[in-house]
Write a protein that binds this ligand. Sequence first.
Ligand SMILES: *[C@@H]1O[C@H](CO)[C@@H](O)[C@H](O)[C@H]1NC(C)=O
Ligand SMILES: *[C@@H]1O[C@H](CO)[C@@H](O)[C@H](O)[C@H]1NC(C)=O
Length: 465
Amino acid sequence: MAAIVKIVAFALLAQLCFSAKWDDSYSDRISQLPGQPQVSFQHYSGYVSVDHKEERERQIERALFYYFVEAETDPASKPLVLWLNGGPGCSSLGVGAFSENGPFRPSGNGLVKNEYSWNREANILYLESPIGVGFSYASNSSSYEGVNDKITALDNLVFLQNWFLKFPQYKDRNLYITGESYAGHYIPQLAELMLQFNKKQKIFNLRGIALGNPVLEFATDFNSRAEFFWSHGLISDTTYAMFTSRCNYSRYVSEYYRDSLSPICSKVMSLVTTETSKFVDKYDVTLDVCISSVLSQSKLLAPQQVTETIDVCVEDETVNYLNRKDVQKALHARLVGLNRWLVCSNILDYELLDLEIPTINVVGRIIEAGIPVLVYSGDQDSVIPLTGSRKLVHRLARLLKLRTTTPYRVWFAGMQVGGWTQVYGNILSFATIRGASHEAPFSQPERSLVLFKAFLQGMPLPQEF
Ligand SMILES: *[C@@H]1O[C@H](CO)[C@@H](O)[C@H](O)[C@H]1NC(C)=O
Ligand SMILES: *[C@@H]1O[C@H](CO)[C@@H](O)[C@H](O)[C@H]1NC(C)=O
């Protein structure tokens, strides 16, 4: 009898260990990244399956790679924040975590600590999405074809559901979604899916979304570029006139992605490209060029620059670091069907015309569901300029009949003006980050952290010096 009990107990234990091995975060814990300074917080990385039943039956495996950084102090009392970079097809690990707001930045043979890491305020989950980006993979490469906004949103939702199986302690935690650029599509679409899902079974404790230099309405966002170039002295008066009346940027991109470039658009863009010069970083018109080559988020957001940008930083430190075998081993990462980890995927075949789907109305529905939204703009970015975002937010506030609760004013960080802000109905906020690029936390880390903290706390941006 005792023997049988023992065997049963052993079997149970074995089962527990087995499931623990798969569902637990334990095996994803990073003991130490090569060259990493000592830190007091835990970090994790690994894969979460997002394949559905029909795919499993056909033995197709699809898995998304994540890097999760717990808060520097008292993680149990801090919210969970999902961070997404754009592209579509660029890596939240390489751009977000290792160049923008993560705890470390590559330097020389190792890593240095980022003093303004966002994990000072929250537990941050960086997700390489969609499939085909960074270390995320599909076992059959046909899965990389025709990936679109819909598939991405659903995969991201399934990812988070399954990630909660590994990290059940975060399931009921206050959840925020943040990101930039094309994440202006990913984030509202994911948030709306969560709200729909919650009606059946409440599992996403969504408390707010923040969108940095986001694509929200393609024509307004893209056509702000002409004025930005012109007012910053990057193009001449005559080119400005042509870029606004003969062929504007949204028309150019539209034609470009339909393989039907008209002679006039070709001509105008050629003038614009020559005058703005390939030696100016379009993601921050005041920054020197080297940095942009790696941080550049998109083939998509600036199609004409892809082939023309001289990549003077080809040996960029993040790319080198993430391609080291010892680093990949420490991250529990694999390269499936690829030789190298890339900042922006070259195997993903994204439905680029989805760019033209407006998401500003999705943002409106999220606000109507009571979820606070922050749109912020690095004010030196010409790719998604602040003027377009500000116009879209203002228009949305009017549509939703939200009155101004904080009139346009400066906010402070580090005893300097951090930017300007305006709030509508205490739920929809707009803020600029002064002197910041498209990747705001990269070029203005302190100001970005102040903004992030205020956003999480639902507090007004510092009004006092
Ligand atoms: C990959 O998927 C395609 C389309 O579903 C299929 O035709 C092909 O046989 C699959 N390849 C492998 C290696 O399973
Ligand atoms: C951009 O060009 C399109 C097509 O010519 C036109 O319909 C649209 O009004 C233009 N937008 C702006 C802001 O000039």
